[in-house]
Design a protein around this ligand. Structure first.
Ligand SMILES: *[C@@H]1O[C@H](CO)[C@@H](O)[C@H](O)[C@H]1NC(C)=O
Ligand SMILES: *[C@@H]1O[C@H](CO)[C@@H](O)[C@H](O)[C@H]1NC(C)=O
Ligand SMILES: *[C@@H]1O[C@H](CO)[C@@H](O)[C@H](O)[C@H]1NC(C)=O
Ligand SMILES: *[C@@H]1O[C@H](CO)[C@@H](O)[C@H](O)[C@H]1NC(C)=O
Length: 430
């Protein structure tokens, strides 16, 4: 009897375990799980499609996910018809349509037309555009571009009108404006407080200068070099933002203006070419901020001024175009390890006073510039093949404009000049 009871309980248990998967609650759970899985798949398809569309987002791309949805719904229906639970799914397919174009798209105009201005990417991604010229008049108006709402708003004016000045983002988050020109070269410098939207003067430089360069060093100081100044265009000075003072540092070997300065990945500053009374320069020099001295490094193959210099993702420096009296197509690469220059692929268009931007994919976009007239052409350099490819022309011919790589990888081109001062902007969608 005791044994029988145990046996009967066991057989009962065995009977239960053989039949449990026939029960309604289990069917219901299974079906619910299937439905939840299906919805998760649909959701991820939609999210992936939206992700792809916001990255590519071009050419009036119509991303239709209806086919995948239909397939999923058919499966769902089949599964469901085998069960006692009926669920009605909306059979409306979702179609996502984007209207942006690949290449160039018009962007909202500036409030004040300008050229020979500055454009700086602020921490947070807004673009600060300051000063410049409107026809032949220096201006002090300042505007902010918000990429998330694609609009420009004016912010407080700089204290001084100026063009061919520099703008640098300091490590304390303020923006330092130096020098420039307004009837005469300027010594004055100003600080923009991003959070308050206000300007104030900070200590003036030792020398008035325009067509100079300003570079934020790895130690946070700002190195200003050369420029068109009376007397000593080979002078360089350092701004210490913590005590707001300027101190002279060693002079460059060559006086120069219309030159470039780039921070290398090793922290040194490479100054290239430019103009001096003798004409275009092929010389380049390196500033070592740890000892505060200059040394001559390899000479470029082409002397040039009004050119561009970009630090590539591989650490080499790409110098494009410029002028030696005539606009140049020639392009050179600096190798910081060997300290030598080599000729790389030439651009299709000779150009000076153009822009060069290193895109997120490592390619370099060159836009506009001047070659007997303002240019609307644009080209892409591939560092792997060392070849330039022509891309669509900009909507506007322009030179003495700016180009800024936005946080989303697009390139914002602002204003410039084409027989008159431009207020138009455009965006390149790579
Ligand atoms: C884009 O800008 C260009 C140059 O300013 C202008 O000619 C063209 O009409 C604009 N296109 C659109 C669609 O607004
Ligand atoms: C650089 O220019 C100087 C003259 O200014 C010239 O003597 C020298 O050969 C040039 N160097 C190169 C590499 O072209
Ligand atoms: C300017 O550069 C070009 C291309 O290298 C060269 O052919 C020309 O002689 C140079 N002109 C001057 C004035 O040096
Ligand atoms: C600008 O001026 C040049 C000559 O100075 C002329 O050839 C060109 O057509 C002008 N461009 C425009 C857009 O008016």
């Amino acid at each position: 009897m005791h044994n029988n009871q145990i046996f009967s309980e066991y057989s009962n248990e065995n009977n239960k375990s053989r039949k449990w998967w026939h029960r309604r609650w289990f069917k219901f759970v299974c079906i619910s799980l299937i439905i939840i899985t299906i919805f998760a798949v649909i959701l991820s398809v939609v999210l992936i499609s939206v992700g792809v569309s916001s990255k590519k987002s071009e050419n009036a791309t119509t991303i239709t996910i209806s086919s995948s949805l239909t397939t999923i719904m058919k499966t769902t229906t089949t599964t469901l018809s085998q069960s006692t639970v009926t669920i009605t799914l909306s059979t409306e397919a979702t179609t996502i349509t984007t209207t942006q174009n690949l290449g160039w798209i018009n962007s909202s105009n500036m409030n004040y037309p300008r050229y020979r201005h500055t454009a700086s990417i602020l921490p947070g991604g807004k673009i600060l555009v300051a000063g410049g010229l409107d026809d032949n008049t220096a201006i002090n108006t300042v505007e902010l571009y918000d990429p998330s709402i694609k609009t420009w708003t004016t912010t407080s004016n700089m204290i001084d009108k100026r063009w061919e000045h520099t703008a640098s983002i300091l490590i304390n988050g303020k923006v330092l404006i130096t020098g420039g020109y307004n009837n005469a070269a300027l010594k004055s410098t100003e600080l923009y407080d991003i959070s308050k939207g206000t300007w104030r003067h900070t200590t003036s430089m030792n020398h008035a200068r325009y067509y100079h360069t300003a570079s934020v060093l790895t130690n946070g100081k700002v190195l200003v070099t050369g420029g068109s100044i009376s007397g000593i265009p080979n002078s360089a000075e350092l701004y210490d933002s913590s005590i707001e003072t300027w101190t002279s540092t060693s002079n460059m070997y060559n006086g120069r203006y219309y030159h470039t300065a780039s921070i290398l990945t090793n922290g040194k500053v490479l100054v290239t070419g430019g103009y001096n009374t003798g004409g275009a320069l092929n010389s380049t020099e390196l500033y070592d901020s740890s000892v505060g001295t200059w040394k001559i490094t390899g000479s470029m193959h082409n002397a040039r001024y009004y050119h561009t210099a970009s630090v590539l993702t591989n650490g080499k420096v790409l110098v494009t175009g410029g002028s030696n009296g005539s606009a140049l197509k020639s392009v050179e690469l600096y190798d910081p390890l060997l300290e030598t220059w080599k000729i790389t692929g030439s651009m299709h268009n000779a150009r000076y006073y153009h822009t060069a931007s290193v895109l997120i994919n490592g390619k370099v976009l060159v836009t506009g510039g001047y070659d007997g007239g303002a240019l609307d052409s644009a080209e892409l350099y591939d560092p792997l093949t060392e070849i330039w490819t022509t891309v669509d022309n900009m909507k506007n011919r322009r030179w003495v404009h700016t180009a800024s790589v936005l946080p989303n990888g697009q390139v914002l081109i602002t204003c410039g000049y084409d027989n008159h001062t431009l207020d138009t902007n455009e965006i390149y969608n790579p």
